[in-house]
Design a protein around this ligand. Structure first.
Ligand code: MN
Length: 207
């Protein structure tokens, strides 16, 4: 009996979604979340575990794997799957049921300093997201001095590989919205910046 307990544990696990699969309806459907989380995110974690088996990477934190492989052309597959595993974990928390609304005073003051108003930030965020060509992400980030900015990254690329602190991120791969919005990326982006964005998560990341 006890021998079955010694089976090797996968290095990286799929974290639980922070809400039920239907919690973001009608803006993001349970069907989208079921595929996006249960197939895409789970697939990146499974691929990463296969790739790192028997290597030193399996002893590291996920974010550390991302940082160490970002500039290494021989570790491209590990980077892509580690970064996508990290990015998705971050994306689920970047959305909230009954999201939207306003950030707290500390973050709002920083937004007003760097973007003018919260409304102007939402517009700039949407514009950056819509300007993303092909698959990728758009991030609200803080640099090491706390200055806020927007960053669009292609494919699996992620601000944690560049020394910037992400506050929230929107997934712009078609798998994030196609079942619900088809080619209407603008409708997904608008719903996201106005009604899904999790300001509580952004505030915690801003520190
Ligand atoms: Mn995705």
């Amino acid at each position: 009996m006890s021998e079955t307990m010694s089976e090797a544990k996968a290095a990286f696990s799929l974290p639980k979604l922070p809400y039920e699969e239907n919690a973001l309806e009608p803006l993001v459907s349970a069907r989208t979340l079921s595929f996006h989380y249960g197939k895409h995110h789970a697939g990146y974690v499974a691929a990463l575990n296969r790739l790192v088996e028997g290597s030193a990477y399996q002893e590291l934190e996920l974010a550390e794997v991302v940082r160490r492989t970002a500039q290494d052309p021989t570790a491209k597959a590990v980077f892509n799957n580690a970064a996508q595993a990290w990015n998705h974990q971050f994306y689920w928390q970047s959305m909230a049921p009954r999201g939207g609304g306003e950030p707290d005073d500390k973050l709002r003051r920083a937004i007003e300093r760097d973007f003018g108003t919260v409304k102007a930030l939402r517009a700039a965020f949407a514009k950056a997201a819509l300007g993303q060509f092909g698959s990728g992400w758009t991030w609200l980030v803080a640099d090491p001095n706390g200055k806020l900015g927007l960053l669009a990254t292609a494919n699996a690329d992620t601000p944690i590989a560049r020394g910037e602190t992400p506050l929230v991120a929107i997934d712009l791969w078609e798998h994030a919205y196609y079942l619900d919005y088809q080619n209407r990326r603008a409708d997904y982006v608008t719903a996201w910046v106005d009604r899904l964005i999790n300001w509580r998560f952004a505030e915690r990341n801003f520190g």
